[in-house]
Design a protein around this ligand. Structure first.
Ligand code: C2E
Ligand code: MG
Ligand code: MG
Ligand code: MG
Length: 278
């Protein structure tokens, strides 16, 4: 009997492994086809200036309208896209769409507060040798001025790249603004941070979300804001969901905030409606 059940378990384990390998392979095949089938979408989440209460800009966030599985979030497919290298091509697609959309908004809706479009750069994308050239081409072909573009790069992307400071400097020379994403979750040394040519730190939402309940997180947010201000950079707080969190951040003189309290990520039509009514 023991032997029989052992065998059954073994077979179950095998078929589960097989199923998950198959699912992964299927996802990879679908991912390779998604660009040509035009299944990716860019959503836009407002970033609010806390001093004026107006919308400074939007962060472009990728979604995948999967034919069978519905609208997928980046966490469902970005890790695989990174692993397979497909993220590089997908990342440039997002950058192009976001720059083109932003330029369209700036030209057609002149009397709004809209100034910046933020786009995420993946680790792989950030280390491509032709990064600067490709970004320059995208700005040229969309007509967007570099000063309207913010690139968000994680601490780990910077730490893993020996050329990081040189690349960041070149991007800055183009006039692009640089922002460190998910700040507080990585491990860049303070000394290196001091030398990064960046203008914004985005505090990871894991520190913001429990603000009302966790005193330690609240203190970490306070420390990050004062560190940023000492470095002469602005702060964006991610994941602001409540009025209480907002008031706390305003009292720290945090410059910008983003989160469900203001708006979830929106499709382009809903995003411009929001801007026009603000
Ligand atoms: P991120 O760049 O840190 O983006 C912020 C994430 O927090 C977004 O998740 C956004 O929807 C979510 N968020 C914003 N406000 C709130 C809030 O108040 N509460 C909660 N619970 N969540 C909030 P999303 O869109 O699922 O994106 C997840 C991550 O995927 C992004 O984190 C970014 O690292 C990555 N990502 C998204 N689009 C791209 C892209 O085009 N390229 C690359 N390389 N990565 C991307
Ligand atoms: Mg981001
Ligand atoms: Mg972030
Ligand atoms: Mg984050």
């Amino acid at each position: 009997r023991a032997k029989a059940s052992g065998k059954a378990r073994f077979e179950l384990f095998n078929s589960e492994m097989y199923a998950s390998a198959l699912a992964r392979l299927q996802l990879e095949t679908d991912l390779r086809r998604a660009i040509e089938r035009d299944e990716f979408r860019v959503y836009y989440q407002p970033i609010v200036s806390l001093a004026s209460g107006s919308i400074l800009g939007f962060e472009a966030l990728l979604r995948w309208q999967h034919p069978e599985r519905g609208l997928l979030n980046p966490t469902d497919f970005i890790p695989l896209a990174e692993e397979t290298g497909l993220i590089v091509q997908i990342g440039y697609w997002v950058l192009y769409q976001a720059c083109r959309q932003m330029q369209h908004w700036l030209v057609n809706h002149r009397n709004t507060s809209l100034e910046k479009i933020s786009v995420n750069l993946s680790v792989k994308q950030f280390s491509q040798p032709d990064l600067i050239e490709r970004i320059g081409q995208i700005l040229n072909s969309t007509g967007l001025d570099a000063k309207n573009l913010v690139l968000e790069i994680t601490e780990s992307a910077i730490v893993e790249n020996g050329q990081a400071i040189a690349t960041l400097s070149q991007l800055q020379e183009l006039g692009i603004e640089l922002s460190i994403d998910d700040f507080g979750t990585g491990y860049s040394s303070l000394e290196r941070l001091y030398n990064f040519p960046i203008s914004v730190l985005k505090i990871d939402r894991s520190f913001i979300n429990p603000i009302s309940t966790d005193k330690r997180n609240l203190e970490i947010v306070e420390i990050i804001v004062s560190l940023a201000h000492k470095l002469g950079v602005n702060v964006t707080a991610e994941g602001v969901e409540t009025k209480e969190q907002l008031t706390f951040l305003q009292n720290l003189n945090c410059e910008y905030a983003q989160g469900y309290f203001f708006s979830k990520p929106l499709d382009n039509l809903a995003a411009i409606e929001l801007i026009r009514h603000c």
